[in-house]
Design a protein around this ligand. Sequence first.
Ligand SMILES: Cc1cc2nc3c(=O)[nH]c(=O)nc-3n(C[C@H](O)[C@H](O)[C@H](O)COP(=O)(O)OP(=O)(O)OC[C@H]3O[C@@H](n4cnc5c(N)ncnc54)[C@H](O)[C@@H]3O)c2cc1C
Length: 496
Amino acid sequence: MTSDRDSNILILGGGPAGVSAGYELSKNDYRSTILERWRKVGGLAKTIEFGEWRSDIGPHRFFSKNRFLYKMIEEILHEQWILVDRFTRFYIQGKYFMYPVQMADALKNLGLLKAFRAMIDYLYSRFRKHLFNPPIKDFEDFVILEFGNTLANLNMINYTEKIWGIPAKEISAEWAKQRIKGLSLMALMKKAIFKGTKGPKTLVDQFYYPEMGASQTYEMMADKMEKKGSTVVTNATVCQLDHSDEGITSVTVEKPDGSRDTFECDQCISSIPVTELVKMLRPVAPEEVIRAAEQLKYRYQVYLFMKINKKRVSQDNWIYFPDKDIPFGRMHEPKNFSLAMSPEDKTSLWVEHFVFPDDSRWDCSTDELFEITLEHLEKLNFIKRGDVIEYHKHREDFVYPIYDLTYQKHSGLIKDYLKQFTNLQLVGRAGRFRYNNQDHSIETGVLAARNIIENANYDLEKVGAEQEYFEKYSLQTQGARTQQDLETGEMVSKAK
Ligand SMILES: Cc1cc2nc3c(=O)[nH]c(=O)nc-3n(C[C@H](O)[C@H](O)[C@H](O)COP(=O)(O)OP(=O)(O)OC[C@H]3O[C@@H](n4cnc5c(N)ncnc54)[C@H](O)[C@@H]3O)c2cc1C
């Protein structure tokens, strides 16, 4: 897939995956053009400015098992990559539970009777698993078998249903395997009882964060790219990809004023939703491919940002709200990530509603969203109406690719079809229809760039495909903070 340095390399989408691809190319003296529909780079990891306030569109804690990524970001941000103490909780039926789970805290909150019940359920599920090894058909089967009925229903099933908007019985077990396999209740208990015993390494209590917000990393990467001759075109929505039998030949974007620009293409790295991309192909993709794209669904999000006339509202980085009677799913306080996110004597809150586009909250007015949200924040004693200085609504589409029971069949069909275009690489989250965090998006971007630079064949589909809990390793053992770590950091070779 090699290209010379004068070829036209187009990158569709300026989120972490797209920008990382462009940055890696520019480090190797390749010029590229990023085509991004928003006014800035950052994608779902964007940071929005509201006067003196700033906020990401949801809490962004960077975590990776790949030391190369820590090294790469450290080289960009230097001392502006700050270490943050993690404090995160679940609010369930009137009580706050520490997250990641702390045994003593969980037992205290559950009460003796419920804790006993949880333990019996857990032992029963272990017994069933080992004796009968029942088939796991969906997410609900998986978590009940792993954790027992009581714990699965406490926060896993209801929160998952809130995120995805479909019953746990209709969510693929793949989702659970990717996210929570390896989290064992027994290991947590051992850790609580025998101090020093190695529990699951999910108890990450610190994380790195760019001082000016999650997108600082990507904005700085984009600046460096542009200084080396690459181009970032913002406010440019990709609307058409022309192709021959083998490859993409040009890409057309639409500007806010309705005008169109077309860019010639020798290599194309795409992080825009793959389901949209196949609909933009000219000549058009076969009907069965378009149908498969229409079967794949995403969860959207609507957010309320509030400037608050208080020094602080909470001590939490973020709080999850799995209960169904609370309309939103998560809230974060940007100041608890970095003091640079609000004026010294004020703070702010960012509240996430998970929706489908036909949900009334998607199109409701900012005032309506504020009223729906405020009612619950007042009840929960976080703020009073008089504390709110100003509020804003923000929306994002294609946020969570939904892993329903048939998503693999449909995304497989689309990707098989797209394989014929040898100069097209799919990277990132919606770009691959894979639920992943920043780390795996960056990895796919870097590897896509290296495929071009080295004429290599890194398999981007393998990035993040391992079925294990993302938080398995602690920052202290895996982060690249020591000089030795920085020097020994290697890019994933597994993808080769
Ligand atoms: C609420 C929330 C919380 C999160 N928390 C964390 C966290 O704690 N830690 C973590 O690591 N990750 C977190 N993530 C995930 C992280 O934001 C994503 O994994 C990452 O941003 C994905 O990067 P990407 O480049 O693959 O895709 P995206 O960020 O989606 O970027 C794709 C880009 O393509 C652009 N685009 C789309 N269509 C077009 C088009 N037609 N033309 C041109 N441009 C287009 C979009 O505007 C976007 O900029 C969170 C995400 C959300 C939403």
